[in-house]
Design a binder for this molecule. Structure first.
Ligand code: AMP
Ligand code: MG
Length: 503
C-alpha cells in the first residue's frame, strides 16, 4: 500500500481484492504508472448499488477510504495501475497513438458471477499518452458521464458503469477555470477496436494474436471452441455491436463520437463525451460541437459501427487464415452480414416498442410510417412511444399525442392501421400496455436536465439536482408520479443545441 500525505488513518485495505490480467500481458501493451495524487479529495457520490452487486465492501469504500482510493491518492495492495496503449480512427483519420492520457486502470476484480471487471480512474493525471493534455478531468464531464452511463444501464443497455465521483480540490484549466474531479469507471474491459489498431500500425502481429487470445478468454470464451476461433471472435464482436447500436437507436441515444478508440470490443457503450438523447425525432440529429459533417448523426450509427468493424477486421486478417485471400473473403462476408444482423436487431426492438410480439411482413412499413410522421410533426421521440400505449383499448388521456400530431389525417390512418395490427396479437390490452411500458422509457437523461444538474454542481457546489436525477433515472420505465416534470421535453428556451467533449 502506498499513501500520499492526505491518507486517512487506519485504512481498511481489504475493501478491494484485485486480480490484474491485463498487467500480465507484455510491457508494450501499457505503461505502468500511478495516479498523480490530488490535493483535497472529497467523495461526492458512491454507487452503493453497483458495489453491492459485485460484493465490494460498501462501508469500507463509502467514507474516507473511498475518497483516498477513488482519487488515486491511495493505491491499495494488489492494484497495478497501468495506462493502456491504443490508437484509433478519429472522424475517419488514423492516429497511431492515443492511449490513456488521463486515465489509469487501477486493476481488475472478480465481481458478480466470477466475472472480471476493470476499475479505472478517469482524470487521474498525466501518463506517457497525455501528449499536451493535463491528464485531468473537469467536474462537469465527470458528472455527465456518471449520469449518462448509469441511466443507460438502467435502460438495459450494455455500458461501462460508474462507481464513484470525487472532486480533487484542484482546478483544471480549460476555456475557464473549473473544479477538477475523477470518475471511477467500472467496465467489463477497456480493450477497444483502437487497441488492435495500435499493434497493426506497428506491424506487431504477435501482439495482435496475444490480444485476440486475451479477448477471447475474457469476453468471448464461446469462440474458443469454434472451427476458426478468430473468425468466431470477430463475429461475436460484430453481433454485440449490432445489438448495442440497435439498442441506442431504440432509446434515441446519439453517441456523438464513434471513433474506433471509443468502440469497446465488449459491446459496451463507452466514452460519454458529447453524447445526447433525441428530443424531437429527426435521423439527421447531431449534438456534438465537433461533428461538423454529421458523420455520427443519430441515423448514421449503424453504418459507422460497420465502418469501425471493418477497421477491426483489417487488424484480424493475419489470424483469420494463412491464405490472405481467403482471410479477406471470410472477413468481407462477416462484415456484409452486419447489415442484416443490425437491421434484424433494430426491427425486433421497434416491434417491441409498438407492442408487437409476432413478426408480420407489414411491420416495417408500419414502423417507418410512424417515424415519418414523427419527423414531420417534430414529435418527441421518447414521449411518442411512451404515450402510444394510451391509445390501445382503454380510454386514457391522449391529449399529448393529439396536440403533437394535430389534425393530420395520416396520423389517424396510421393509428387505425397499427391498432388493426395489434388485433392480430394474441395478447390482452393490459399485456400490450405492460409490454410497451417495459421497453419505452418515461425518463431519459434529457439534455437540459443533465445541464441543469451539472451547472448546479459546478457553479454552486450543489449536488442535490444531480442526486435527484440519478435516482429518477434509475427507474426509467416506472411512472414515478412525483417526478412528472422530469418526463417533459425541454421548453424552447431550455433546449440544448450542442454538446461538448469537455476534455
Ligand atoms: P477522448 O476524446 O476522450 O476519446 O480522448 C481522445 C484521446 O485524448 C485519448 O488518448 C485521451 O486519453 C486523450 N485526452 C483527452 N483529454 C485529455 C487530457 N485532459 N489530458 C491528457 N489526455 C487527454
Ligand atoms: Mg475516448
Amino acid at each position: 500500500m502506498s499513501l500520499s500525505d492526505t491518507s486517512p488513518a487506519e485504512l481498511n485495505v481489504d475493501a478491494i481484492t484485485f486480480d490484474n490480467s491485463y498487467a500480465r500481458l507484455p510491457a508494450r501493451f501499457y505503461q505502468r504508472i500511478s495516479p498523480v495524487p490530488v490535493k483535497a479529495p472529497t467523495l461526492i457520490h458512491f454507487n452503493r448499488a453497483l458495489a453491492q452487486e459485485h460484493g465490494l465492501n460498501i462501508e469500507g469504500l463509502s467514507g474516507e477510504m473511498g475518497a483516498a482510493l477513488f482519487s488515486g491518492n491511495l493505491i491499495p495492495d494488489g492494484a497495478e495501475p497501468i495506462a493502456l496503449a491504443y490508437a484509433g480512427h478519429q472522424f475517419g483519420h488514423f492516429v497511431p497513438q492515443l492511449g490513456d492520457g488521463r486515465a489509469v486502470l487501477l486493476g481488475e476484480i472478480l465481481g458478480a458471477n466470477d466475472r472480471r471487471w476493470d476499475i479505472q480512474l478517469k482524470g487521474s493525471g498525466q501518463t506517457s499518452f497525455s501528449r499536451n493534455g493535463d491528464g485531468r478531468a473537469a467536474l462537469g464531464p465527470v458528472v455527465r458521464e456518471y449520469i449518462l452511463s448509469e441511466a443507460m444501464h438502467a435502460l438495459g443497455i450494455p455500458t461501462n458503469r460508474s462507481l464513484a465521483m470525487v472532486t480533487t480540490g484542484e482546478s483544471v484549466f480549460r476555456e475557464t477555470v473549473l473544479p477538477g474531479a475523477i470518475l471511477t469507471r467500472f467496465s467489463s474491459s477497456h480493450v477497444r477496436v483502437g487497441t488492435f489498431e495500435y499493434f497493426l500500425a506497428r506491424d506487431d502481429l504477435e501482439a495482435i494474436k496475444l490480444l485476440a487470445d486475451y479477448v477471447i478468454d475474457r469476453l468471448f470464451p464461446e469462440a474458443k471452441d469454434a472451427a476458426n476461433p478468430y473468425l468466431a471472435l470477430f463475429e461475436c464482436v460484430r453481433d454485440a455491436q449490432a445489438s448495442l447500436v440497435a439498442s441506442w437507436m431504440h432509446v434515441g441515444f446519439i453517441h456523438g463520437v464513434m471513433n474506433t478508440d471509443n468502440m469497446a470490443i465488449s459491446g459496451e457503450t463507452i466514452d460519454y463525451g458529447p453524447c445526447a438523447f433525441l428530443d424531437s425525432y429527426d435521423p439527421a440529429t447531431v449534438f456534438s460541437s465537433i461533428d461538423h459533417a454529421g458523420r455520427y448523426a443519430y441515423g448514421n450509427q449503424g453504418k459507422i459501427a460497420q465502418w469501425n468493424l471493418t477497421r477491426l477486421a483489417e487488424c484480424l486478417l493475419s489470424l483469420l487464415d494463412e491464405d490472405q485471400n481467403k482471410a479477406i473473403t471470410s472477413a468481407e462476408q462477416a462484415l456484409k452480414d452486419f447489415a442484416d444482423i443490425f437491421d434484424a436487431c433494430w426491427l425486433d426492438g421497434m416491434r417491441r416498442k409498438l407492442g408487437m410480439t409476432t413478426a408480420l411482413n407489414d411491420d416495417l412499413a408500419i414502423i417507418q410510417q410512424l417515424l415519418d410522421l414523427m419527423k414531420k410533426h417534430q414529435a418527441d421521440y421518447t414521449l411518442t412511444f411512451r404515450y402510444l400505449s394510451d391509445t390501445v383499448g382503454v380510454k386514457s388521456d391522449i391529449s399529448w399525442l393529439t396536440a403533437t400530431f394535430e389534425e393530420d389525417i395520416s396520423w389517424q390512418e396510421w393509428l387505425n392501421r397499427w391498432h388493426q395490427r395489434l388485433d392480430t396479437e394474441d395478447q390482452s390490452v393490459e399485456q400490450i400496455v405492460q409490454n410497451m411500458h417495459s421497453v419505452n422509457p418515461a425518463f431519459i437523461p434529457r439534455n437540459h436536465r443533465v445541464e441543469q444538474a451539472i451547472n448546479s454542481a459546478v457553479e454552486g457546489n450543489d449536488f442535490s439536482e444531480m442526486e435527484r436525477l440519478i435516482s429518477v433515472l434509475a427507474k426509467p420505465y416506472d411512472d414515478q408520479p412525483d417526478y412528472v416534470d422530469y418526463i417533459n421535453p425541454p421548453k424552447s428556451e431550455e433546449r440544448v443545441l450542442q454538446t461538448f467533449c469537455g476534455t
